[in-house]
Design a protein around this ligand. Sequence first.
Ligand code: ZN
Ligand code: ZN
Length: 83
Amino acid sequence: MAKFYCEYCGTSASSVSSLTAGNCLRHPNGPNKGKHKLYEGSEKSKYTCKYCGQSFSSLTSLTAGSCLRHPNGPNKGKHAPAL
Ligand SMILES: [Zn+2]
Ligand SMILES: [Zn+2]
């Protein structure tokens, strides 16, 4: 079954509509300040941060870490997955 992932936190859901119905704990505007956002890339064995190039085994671990090359400033935001 296809799985849909949130780009901000790595939460997965079985449909886009159920994914985007939920509040996201790692939303860029703040915890629960917005909904999960669909990650539009494909499922991978490794995910790379589009800002700094660090790679992680899951979207959950990628989005858990602060990014030294975040556009808002070093550690001013989380890693974000490249598609
Ligand atoms: Zn989320
Ligand atoms: Zn990064």
